[in-house]
Design a protein around this ligand. Structure first.
Ligand SMILES: Nc1ncnc2c1ncn2[C@@H]1O[C@H](COP(=O)(O)OP(=O)(O)OP(=O)(O)O)[C@@H](O)[C@H]1O
Length: 303
C-alpha cells in the first residue's frame, strides 16, 4: 500500500513556477529520499502534504485520505521534523515530550511508557539537561522523538542532517534506519551520501518535475554513467598500466594504487584493459565494473 500519493502537483509564486508537475508514490515502510538542489521546491511540496500550502493543481492522499488545504485531519497520520526544531528551552527532554503528549490527548500510563521507549531509542534517556543547552544533534533527536509520539504512519524529515557534524549525522541516520520498522520516512535532503546510506527509494526534483524516481539500486543501474575500477598491489604497476593503456590522468580518479574511470561503454573498455594487462603482465588485485554513485547520477540528471 502507498502511504502517500501525490498527483500532478503544480505551484506558482507570482510568475515563478516552482512545481510544474510533481507526482510521487511512497510505499509503506520505506525510507524515501526526496532530493533536489536548493530552491527546487522540496519544502513547498512538504508543506502541501501537511495541508499548509494549497497546490494550484493536483491532489495529495495520505493513507488514502485526501489532504485538504487548511485542514489538519490527515496530519494525524504524520509526524513532522523541521530542519531546526525548537523547544521550550527551560524544559528537559522528558518534560517536553510529556507536554506534547498531553496536548495531543495521551493518557498518563501510556504516555509514560511511550516517552521511555522514545528517549531510549533516541539516546536521550537519563539526559537531564534543559533543551536550551542541547547540541544541534540532540535537538534533532528530540525532534524525532516528538514526531514519533503519536505513532505516525509517515514521518517527514526536512533536511534533518544538514547542520550536523559527522557524529551527529550518523546518530540521526541510525535512528531513521531503525524507525523504518514502525513507520515510513520521507527524508528531504541534498546530502547524497546520507541517502545512499539509508534510503530504499529516491526521487530527484528538478525544474519543477520529478526527473528520476525509483529504488535506489535500480536508479543507480539505469541512470548515470557506469565506471571501471582497477587496483594494483604496487603503485609502480598502476603507473605502468596507465602508460601502456594510454589513460589520461585528468579523466580518471586516481589514488595511490587504484584507478576509476566513468565510461559510456565500460564493457568494451574493460576488455581493452584486460588485453593490456595480459600483454604487459600486470596483474591487478581487483578489476570490476562499478555502479555510479548517487552523486554522479544526481549531477548528470540536473545538468
Ligand atoms: N511563499 C513564497 N512566496 C514566494 N516564493 C516562494 C515562497 N515559498 C517558496 N518560494 C520560492 O520557491 C522556490 C522553492 O522553495 P523551497 O523552499 O520549496 O525549496 P527547497 O527545495 O526546499 O530548497 P532548500 O533546500 O533551499 O530548502 C524558491 O525559489 C523559493 O524562493
Amino acid at each position: 500500500m502507498n502511504i502517500l500519493e501525490a498527483e500532478g502537483l503544480k505551484k506558482q509564486f507570482g510568475s515563478h513556477k516552482v512545481l510544474e508537475d510533481v507526482s510521487m508514490y511512497v510505499p509503506e515502510h520505506c525510507i524515501y529520499g526526496f532530493l533536489g538542489k536548493n530552491g527546487a521546491g522540496k519544502t513547498t511540496t512538504m508543506k502541501m502534504i501537511l495541508g499548509l500550502l494549497k497546490p494550484d493543481e493536483g491532489s495529495i492522499r495520505v493513507m488514502q485520505e485526501t489532504v485538504e488545504y487548511g485542514e489538519t485531519k490527515t496530519n494525524r497520520y504524520i509526524g513532522y521534523l523541521p530542519d531546526v526544531p525548537e523547544f521550550y528551552s527551560y524544559m528537559n527532554a522528558e518534560e517536553y515530550l510529556q507536554f506534547c503528549g498531553r496536548i495531543s490527548g495521551m493518557s498518563g500510563g501510556q504516555l509514560k511508557k511511550k516517552i521511555k521507549e522514545l528517549l531510549e531509542m533516541t539516546g536521550l534517556a537519563g539526559v537531564k539537561k534543559r533543551t536550551g543547552q542541547f547540541s544541534r544533534g540532540m535537538k534533532q533527536r528530540l525532534g524525532i522523538a516528538q514526531a514519533l509520539l503519536n505513532d505516525p504512519k509517515l514521518l517527514i524529515c526536512d533536511e534533518p542532517t544538514s547542520a550536523l557534524d559527522p557524529v551527529g549525522r550518523k546518530e540521526i541516520l541510525d535512528i531513521m534506519a531503525a524507525v523504518r520498522e514502525r513507520t515510513t520516512v520521507i527524508f528531504s535532503t541534498h546530502v547524497l551520501s546520507d541517502v545512499e546510506r539509508i534510503c530504499d527509494r529516491v526521487a530527484i526534483l528538478n525544474e519543477g518535475r520529478i526527473i528520476i524516481e525509483g529504488e535506489l539500486e535500480q536508479v543507480r543501474e539505469t541512470h548515470g554513467t557506469r565506471g571501471l575500477l582497477a587496483e594494483f598491489l604496487e603503485e609502480e604497476n598502476l603507473v605502468r598500466f596507465l602508460k601502456k593503456a594510454g589513460l589520461e590522468k585528468n579523466k580518471a580518479e586516481i589514488t595511490e594504487r587504484q584507478i576509476t574511470i566513468y565510461e559510456e561503454h565500460p564493457e568494451r573498455e574493460i576488455m581493452r584493459w584486460m588485453e593490456v594487462m595480459q600483454e604487459e603482465e600486470i596483474c591487478p588485485i581487483r578489476l570490476e565494473m562499478i555502479q555510479p554513485s548517487l552523486e554522479k547520477v544526481f549531477m548528470e540528471a540536473i545538468q
